[in-house]
Design a protein around this ligand. Sequence first.
Ligand code: ADP
Ligand code: MG
Length: 323
Amino acid sequence: MKYTEFEIISRYFQKNQKKDYNEIKGIGDDSALIKIPRNNVLAISTDTLVEGTHFLKNISPQDLAHKTVAVNLSDLAAMGAVPQWTTLSITMPKSDSLWLEKFSSSFFDILNKYNVRLIGGDTNRGPLSVTLSVYGLLNKDDALLRSNANIGDLIYVTGTLGESAAGLFVLKKKLFIKNLNIRNYLIKKHLNPIPRVLEGIAISKIANSAIDISDGLISDLGHILSNSQCGANINLNKIPISKILTDNFQPKYYLDWALNIGEDYELCFTISKKNIKKLNLIKQNFLINFTCIGYITPTEQGFNLFHNKKKIILKKKGFDHFN
Ligand code: ADP
Ligand code: MG
């Protein structure tokens, strides 16, 4: 079945959604209208996913929808914002009702999980690409800026790192894993990342700075360091790596995946030592780990990595010697 642009919008995207009192107008007019509650600021973030660049050609519509929402919500999480609304701009080569049905049901599944409402968008014909904008609310003073890390802060990472990269290499046929359970687990970690939304909100009152890990820990923590004009000492033995990776691969592989590839969408944040007790209480509400991997130093001391107590020389691309 082929639909027109307006049929696509009303059939697949204009769903009955729970409204909230700040939403004055959603889909259906020239603009959506939103009221910003007193004492709140709006956190806005946009990410585009293009076929061949951000996802492989054979991705399922369900996985594409999930990944698009997850990577966008991850940016709000890294700010400490509470997600509220989203707009979707979708470009597709043809109007394929089966594809649209699967995309839209997975899209609303994950939106509903996080209480996010679709309030507008745009629908076009062309090579497959999806652009999502997400809008969240937070108190201005709670925003987790990249520029707010302080010397002496402890550096934390949520969850585990490296599995998404392993899953990507499996999909690209660069990594071969015989065990089907492990194979499928790693692929799922890559295709269905979990945005750390509740974790980001929970630490927003006590952490100083945060970023989500999309490009690998080195690059993303590097953004905090350059924006905050700080250095850092990181103990690579503390990087949280799942048992699945440590049991099946050598450190030179999984550390490279964790440090340089990324797409884990975990949070990296810094927090002053005086708030550690509060953080330990917050941790109890979550099933995932919050792991301290190092601390912030003055900028002159640089960005240093230690493995088995030895300093590691950071090469431009990848890591060299983990003996
Ligand atoms: P306009 O021509 O004024 O830009 P459109 O015809 O593009 O309006 O869209 C009509 C309405 O449908 C608008 O409210 C717009 O936000 C919404 N809309 C269009 N495409 C989508 C989409 N993919 N998802 C959600 N809402 C959409
Ligand atoms: Mg339009």
